[in-house]
Design a binder for this molecule. Sequence first.
Ligand SMILES: Cc1ncc(COP(=O)(O)O)c(C=O)c1O
Length: 378
Amino acid sequence: MSLLRPTFVRINLDQIMSNFRRLQSLNPGQPFLCPMVKANAYGLGDVAIAKALEKERCNSMGVASVEEGMRLRDHHISANILVFGFQGKEACDQILRECLTPVVSNFQQLEDLVGAAKEYLDIHIKFNTGMNRLGFSAKDIPNILNGLFQNPNIHVAGICSHLYDGANICEESSSTQKQIAEFEKIKELFSDSEIVYHLYNSAAMASLYRNKKSFAYGSRPGLLIYGIDPEPEKSVRPLIGPVVQFQSQVIEVHEVAADAVVSYGGTWQAPRDSIIGIVAAGYADGVCRSLSNVGHLLVCGRKVPIRGVVCMDYVMVDLTDIGKAPQDFIGEEAVIIGIQGEEEISVEEVAEKSGRITYEVMTGIGERVPRLYGEVYI
Ligand SMILES: Cc1ncc(COP(=O)(O)O)c(C=O)c1O
């Protein structure tokens, strides 16, 4: 099927695979590398990305819900799928049916699995080492072991925790160093050498890379897999590359006289006679409304300012300075995130300009925007 609207996101799967390989090569002995493909792989399409990662022999991936895991199984993803959030008996039944790997973070989940597992089941256990979101504490270990003792089908394959400020990992006495000390204490209480211990997110990985430190634990990168820098001002660009091209087209052009206004509320008034291009993407597509009058798009290889408020289906840009006749802009490509000629608008820049974090920019790309992988789109 061809596109009926000129708005799409193109995802560079080769670059995702290369990002994965580069992260793997940071430490060839790395015990565990589990890309996070939750939230539809940060909005980019979980199935296509999981398939690309499997081609790189990636054997573990992380999702947030049982439904996300089931979707990957429905599309024949055979890697270990770690489920970081699940609740209730029914979720346990689905976990067992679909051979998912639950990450257990409380006694209710443990009890439900102990009751449900009639066959061999690998689980990972999550500990809270300071973030105070999910996870057991070290003092829970005797009761966890008691629980596990009641069902020999359950096998602890991994122990993990989550960092709340991973970027400071290389600083002495930092919050992350305190979390690591707590994690080490927990690790010593589990004697099984088969267990994998995983801890690092993208911010921690990027910081270890920049400081040329080795990786003592396994990693669960999200941002870095998708080519996004957790700390843009420090740049890990030589390590990983961007994967997203989000673009649309100029579909209509207006010559507006000085003093005329553009878009709802008339928040922008032309200071001179202007050429305004109408681009077929709005906040329902992921062009955040907070970019109104502050963000840019790329048209004809130039950064052009957004004028007026972003609408649900359209955004208006100022083409006056490009130096072309108004009618010649019709059909011009308009890049929202990505590269055009020498110019680039990165996810990081959009996040900064729109007052959001990169995760929100990515997961905010609208459901109705087709995701294209090479020439195919899903
Ligand atoms: C438990 C867990 N591990 C790893 C990640 C990956 O984080 P990042 O995208 O910062 O690498 C997340 C993301 O929110 C997470 O919740």
